[in-house]
Design a protein around this ligand. Structure first.
Ligand code: AMP
Length: 278
């Protein structure tokens, strides 16, 4: 596996990866890799001849300096995991590579970014949209694979890629979970043992909420019940638990076949997000 540092080495590496007209799939990540990321790499390999991952802890998408500082990092371990998953190359740009002095452009996607994660993390989605645009314009992949774990982010990236004619096919992969149902996340490493045990209440509350709505409970009442379960399990604050349209992420008042249940809540200092089909 090629390890590519800096922007200046990327062009030559892409030439090698693309030699003979090979197609290229990309898996953007922020590192601290787990099985969920490796599932994205394996999915990417099913869509193209070559797979390139990127590891970049994007400062623009952290609205909280402490969160950026605490974010786990493990370059060597990550490279070994990517190689074992069959990745052909990994690009590890620095902040100065992507945001040199004088950098002054922001990519903003209207609408979808005002809701939920966008409302709770001001600037977060502008940071995501800006870095994904830069990653795509530097690497120019044919396909890119993202996790449904970050459901609103996936919706935003689909919109952005279409709106800016970036020419990248976006593939979404269902969330990879631990045995107790908790979505794998780099942030899980920051949970204490007790918090980790309590964290499984999040996917459980969403599963129960889906069952309640299927059984006829109005979505608003099912949301309230789920919030109460989370508080009972030790979560706080619960930023949102919502029954929304899967494409627009607008709240739904009644049961709908195109629904998604999305949630964000904190356990101690660690903020967790999750979602499932409605
Ligand atoms: P991250 O590095 O965690 O910001 O995420 C990089 C990519 O991995 C994003 O497309 C995420 O949605 C995806 N991802 C993170 N966790 C999971 C998971 N448990 N299952 C599937 N994809 C995931």
């Amino acid at each position: 596996m090629q390890i590519i540092k800096g922007r200046e080495n990327l062009r030559a590496a892409l030439g090698t990866l693309r030699a003979g007209g090979k197609s290229l799939a990309m898996v953007p990540t922020m590192g601290a890799l787990h099985e969920g990321h490796l599932a994205l790499v394996r999915e990417a390999a099913a869509h193209a001849d070559r797979v390139i991952a990127s590891i970049f802890v994007n400062p623009l998408q952290f609205n909280d300096a402490g969160d950026l500082e605490r974010y786990p990092r493990d370059e060597e371990g990550d490279a070994a995991k990517l190689e074992s998953a069959g990745c052909d190359a990994v690009w590890m740009p620095t902040p100065a590579d992507l945001y040199p002095d004088g950098f002054a452009t922001t990519v903003h996607v209207e609408g979808i970014t005002d809701l939920w994660e966008g409302a709770h993390r001001p600037g977060h989605f502008d940071g995501v949209a800006t870095v994904v645009t830069k990653l795509f314009t530097n690497v120019r992949p044919d396909v890119a694979v993202f996790g449904e774990k970050d459901y609103q982010q996936l919706a935003l990236i689909r919109r952005l890629t279409a709106d800016l004619d970036l020419g990248v096919e976006i593939v979404g992969l269902p969330t990879v979970r631990a045995e107790d149902g908790l979505a794998l996340s780099s942030r899980n490493a920051l949970l204490s043992d007790d918090e980790r045990a309590a964290a499984a209440a999040l996917p459980r509350a969403l599963d129960e909420m889906a069952a309640m709505i299927r059984a006829g409970t109005p979505p608003r009442d099912a949301e309230a019940a789920a919030k109460q379960k989370l508080v009972g399990a030790g979560f706080g604050p619960v930023d949102y638990v919502a029954y929304v349209h899967a494409d627009t992420l607008e709240p739904l008042e009644t049961a709908n076949k195109d629904a998604r249940i999305i949630a964000a809540a904190s356990l101690g200092k660690v903020r967790l997000i999750d979602n499932r089909a409605g």
